[in-house]
Design a protein around this ligand. Sequence first.
Ligand code: OAD
Length: 234
Amino acid sequence: MGKLRLVVLSGAGISAESGISTFRDSGGLWENYDISEVATPQAWKKNMPLVLEFYNQRRKQLYEVEPNSAHFDLVELEKYFDVRIITQNVDDLQERAGSTQVMHLHGELKKVRSSIDEDLVHTLEGWELKKGDLCKLGSQLRPHIVWFGEPVPMMSEAAELTQTADMLLIVGTSLNVYPAAGLVEYARSNTPVYIIDPASLPVAHIPNAVLIKEKATIGMKQFVRTVLPSSPIS
Ligand code: OAD
């Protein structure tokens, strides 16, 4: 028999213990920056240098942090499950930990793309994207990030994947941002849903939800103990 499929929906909280700020916690990024000034197509038109600088700083920080044990536990779980990760995160910590199946719903910090052809994407060398850095069509390169107000290109693929889950694990997301937060609705009605988050998320609307009210590193260990009681990684 094949492995059971574990679909994971992750958010900023899984990378918090690596030292990357979340968005909506106290002290989070959106407390210090106005979303509309840095993470929208309008901001890009109005003040490109500010948007470039915001993402340059995020990218620079990414070179200074490392994956944590929550990322590594998801890698280990590939021995036991067909693990498919749908992340809202734009960092690459999950891939650096070794996960083989990661879908980035909101883009990737280390990638940039043409501002006139969204399929013209490449990996940036180093951390700094500057005004005047052009794609091969001659247009300004922009961060490969899905900004507020833009469609989420991977959404239907993510929804289809969620439908095939034998088990769903939600870790480190406030479930505030749609359409990503709506993915949970696509899980089959009998699919167990585990949620790891230190905050008291309102999850009453999610059938079969088991809340593990812990930070990601501790919560992942608890999750592994629950689904694999005799495994060496628990
Ligand atoms: P949020 O900042 O909205 O939520 C982070 C969640 O992580 C909260 O529920 C926290 O309680 C939880 N958390 C904090 N520390 C944690 C820890 N150590 N372990 C586990 N959980 C922890 O971040 P997201 O839900 O990821 O989009 O935000 C979704 C999207 O909004 C992001 O992808 C980004 C943002 O604006 C774009 O920029 C397009």
